[in-house]
Design a protein around this ligand. Structure first.
Ligand SMILES: Cc1ncc(COP(=O)(O)O)c(C=O)c1O
Length: 384
């Protein structure tokens, strides 16, 4: 071995900057420490069964058909169905890339829009993956506040105040993880107004867009052309493990870059999943989505009332997704309280996991039967 190679080998390895300091989220950390027989208010994973027609179709496809690679961006018929979901965009098939869950679409979208030196505008509080994706893409996260004291509603003045000449990308999510709040049409128009002419890209995370309890939420893409929609079937059809997501965007250069990156990272998502997912826009699937909306709406109302009645605590009234933010500011530090609940076999997530605006809150997901949730609240009461 040459002296030069030996001296290179002697250097201790350091992870590349993009990976340094990245940790699994607090959501996972709490979940993984759960005691046996815990009630799970932690993970955002639907407990409703994947619709039977979907399982049967996937089983048939696995048994009867040859399932090789699909083209990188997905099977044409599926891309067409996804494109039709956004009639206002008049997307060609090439405007859609089918990905391994919306998480992959999101990571791809970050990697294809920003680099070192760029700033990314993220909601505070928000899903921790946005911060991680920003860092993996070597950009800098900057936060706009969804004020806790304003029920975590959108605040255009705060959003505008965080835009600088380095801002290259912004992210919105509606319905929101962690707050369960929906951006109004007015909010989305304000966002479009603030971004128009700046060249800033907008990622619209619409993974919960089928789970709404009032009017169907609008898509940011209706108001702002440089929007990249990130969505999928995980939450609306209880298909988290199937890994069916997509990115959709009107800009040919950007969506082509996403397609190329996707090809080099995952090639294509499971062919069995893709073929079965053609059924995700049928009447049967619409019925299943409606059932999910009805179930989560009822559970959300039940839980908010129970927190008030049994614990004397307020929580945000859910407008979509399956989350509420429980206000524990009167009791102390959210991490300590979540820890105490964990020891009494109730998994929750401290609000700080989503940003300092949610400090003093716990994110509660209601992916549980009413009976299990009542038991969870009983255990929480025991602790308090
Ligand atoms: C806000 C948000 N976006 C994206 C995802 C990723 O979901 P998937 O990759 O299963 O589509 C999740 C999952 O919890 C989420 O909560």
């Amino acid at each position: 071995m040459s002296a030069r190679v030996e001296s290179l080998n002697a250097k201790s390895f350091e992870l590349p900057a993009r990976m340094r300091g990245l940790q699994p989220t607090l959501i996972r950390q709490f979940f993984e420490r759960a005691l046996p027989d815990s009630i799970n208010f932690g993970l955002g994973e639907p407990d409703l069964p994947t619709p039977q027609f979907m399982r049967d179709e996937a089983a048939r496809i696995a048994r009867d058909e040859q399932n090789g690679y699909t083209s990188h961006p997905g099977i044409p018929a599926l891309r067409d169905k996804i494109a039709e979901q956004y009639p206002h965009l008049e997307l060609p098939r090439t405007g859609v890339v089918v990905t391994c869950g919306s998480q992959e679409a999101m990571t791809d979208a970050f990697m294809c829009t920003v680099e070192a030196g760029d700033e990314v505008l993220l909601p505070n509080p928000s899903f921790p993956a946005y911060d991680a994706c920003t860092r993996i893409a070597e950009a800098t996260p900057v936060y706009y506040r969804m004020p806790a004291d304003g029920d975590f509603a959108f605040d255009i003045e705060n959003f505008k105040s965080q835009i600088t000449d380095r801002t290259k990308l912004a992210v919105v999510i509606s319905p929101s993880n962690p707050t369960g709040k929906i951006l109004t049409e007015e909010n989305l128009k304000q966002i479009a107004g603030a971004l128009e002419g700046t060249g800033i890209w907008l990622i619209s995370d619409e993974i919960y867009s089928d789970l709404y309890f009032g009017e169907r939420p609008h898509s940011a893409s209706e108001y702002y052309e440089k929007t990249i929609i990130v969505s999928g079937l995980s939450k609306s059809l209880s298909m988290t493990g199937w890994r069916l997501g997509w990115a959709a965007c009107k800009d040919p250069e950007l969506i082509n870059a996403i397609q190329v990156l996707h090809g080099f990272t995952t090639v294509c998502t499971s062919t069995i999943t893709q073929k079965a997912s053609l059924l995700a826009w049928t009447d049967e699937a619409e019925e299943a989505k409606q059932i999910a909306r009805d179930v989560y709406k009822k559970r959300g109302e039940f839980l908010v009332e129970l927190f008030k009645k049994e614990l004397g605590l307020n929580s945000t009234s859910p407008e979509g997704a399956f989350y509420t933010m429980l206000d524990v500011r009167s009791l102390g530090d959210d991490i300590e309280i979540a820890e105490k609940f964990l020891q009494n076999r109730v998994v929750t997530v401290p609000g700080i996991a989503f940003g300092d605006e949610a400090k003093g809150f716990l994110r509660i997901s209601f992916c549980n039967t009413e009976e299990l949730m009542a038991e969870g609240v009983r255990r929480m009461k025991e602790v308090l």
